[in-house]
Design a protein around this ligand. Structure first.
Ligand SMILES: [Mn+2]
Length: 357
């Protein structure tokens, strides 16, 4: 049942584990269910072969998504979660770095010290390119999630999977397949069944996906009180773009997830063709979440600000101490993502929203 050649990679992985003195395991910054679940699966594999393992999560705890935070808090006894600084104290000559659910150098906390590891293993389901982390890798875009790959490795190695690990791996698969609506194969379903057989509880998994009321309020407040809408053409169906930021306390810091949620939600309103949400992620850096579609290619706009993505979903990180200036720059760059015939306005007019307390 090895549709993607994972068995072949498994031999490499085991030999790297055996050669190592200890193991650092990390996923992408801003961990999600797939990233953290697959880290915990790899931890279980490393432990099974008698190695001391550390899962490195270096994000500021207040920016970690609540569902992921729940998992971290519930498992401190069983898993060694450490920050990058804490991990470095345990670094040895033969420390193996395992990276999961990501392959780009600038998306992991060890980006500045990769050459210090004698061995790196990368397991991912996103497209690789010239910025990929060098190492022995298994990267396959047709596999639904990193959690599916790690589950396969666990099951095919006959390593015991307890019910809570099964839950987290199932949550990873649920997240990345949008609840089995995309990127699934028969292997995805087969692995999900095996996770259920290990005691995964779909009610628990569903519960992890529930949105916190507090987060809903925070995002709603940001949208309602911080959004302006600009009109970019005067045709029968004008192109309208929303710009959201905390205008009362522009220096406020939110988690990236909040910006992404606000941008997703703004695009659901009638008449909004693209949405941009701007805000600080630390004192010096502003994150921009962008959502667009056929009328506004947000990928092109974000590329012009050194970010990336595709026409529907893109983002950028910009060093700036003036969020309003950055917003103005963005307003002026939107035409880069419009069809040529729509470049009409020099300064698009603003539609203001009513303030709600
Ligand atoms: Mn993933």
């Amino acid at each position: 049942m090895d549709a993607f050649g994972i068995d072949h990679f498994k031999k490499t992985l085991l030999s790297e584990i055996q050669k190592s003195s200890n193991i650092f395991i990390t996923g992408h910054l801003s961990p999600d269910f797939d990233s953290i679940g697959s880290c915990m699966g790899l931890y279980t594999i490393g432990k099974y072969y008698g190695k001391k393992c550390y899962i490195v999560v270096d994000d500021d705890p207040i920016t970690i998504e609540p569902g992921v935070k729940t998992i971290l808090d519930a498992n401190h006894d069983q898993y060694n979660f450490v920050t990058k600084k804490e991990a470095i104290a345990f670094q040895r000559e033969n420390t193996l770095l395992m990276v999961t659910d990501v392959n780009k150098k600038d998306m992991i906390c060890f980006q500045d010290m990769l050459e210090e590891f004698s061995s790196i293993v990368v397991i991912d389901h996103h497209l690789g390119d010239e910025h990929s982390i060098p190492g022995k890798s298994f990267i396959h875009q047709q596999v639904s999630s990193a959690s599916e790959i790690i589950s396969y490795l666990l099951f095919s190695s006959k390593i015991p999977v307890d019910a809570s690990l099964a839950n987290y791996l199932l949550a990873g698969i649920n997240l990345d397949t949008k609840r089995y609506k995309q990127n699934t194969t028969s292997q995805t379903h087969d692995i999900s069944k095996q996770l259920m057989d290990c005691g995964a509880d779909i009610d628990y998994v569903n519960h992890l996906f529930l949105e916190e009321f507090e987060s809903f309020c925070r995002v709603s407040h940001l949208m309602i009180n911080g959004t302006i809408i600009k009109k970019y053409s005067e045709s029968m169906a004008p192109i309208q773009v929303s710009f959201t930021l905390n205008r009362e306390q522009p220096k406020s810091i939110y988690g990236k997830e909040d910006y992404a949620k606000a941008a997703d939600r703004m695009l659901k309103f009638n008449g909004i063709d693209a949405s941009f949400v701007l805000g600080y992620i630390d004192e010096k850096n502003i994150h921009i979440s962008a959502r667009g579609g056929k009328k506004v290619n947000v990928g092109k706009i974000m590329e012009s600000m050194n970010g990336g993505g595709n026409y529907q979903c893109a983002a950028a990180k910009v060093k700036s101490s003036d969020i309003f200036l950055l917003e103005q720059e963005l307003i002026e760059k939107v035409p880069l993502g419009l069809p040529k015939e729509e470049h009409i306005y020099e300064e698009p007019p603003t539609i203001k929203m009513k303030k709600i307390h």
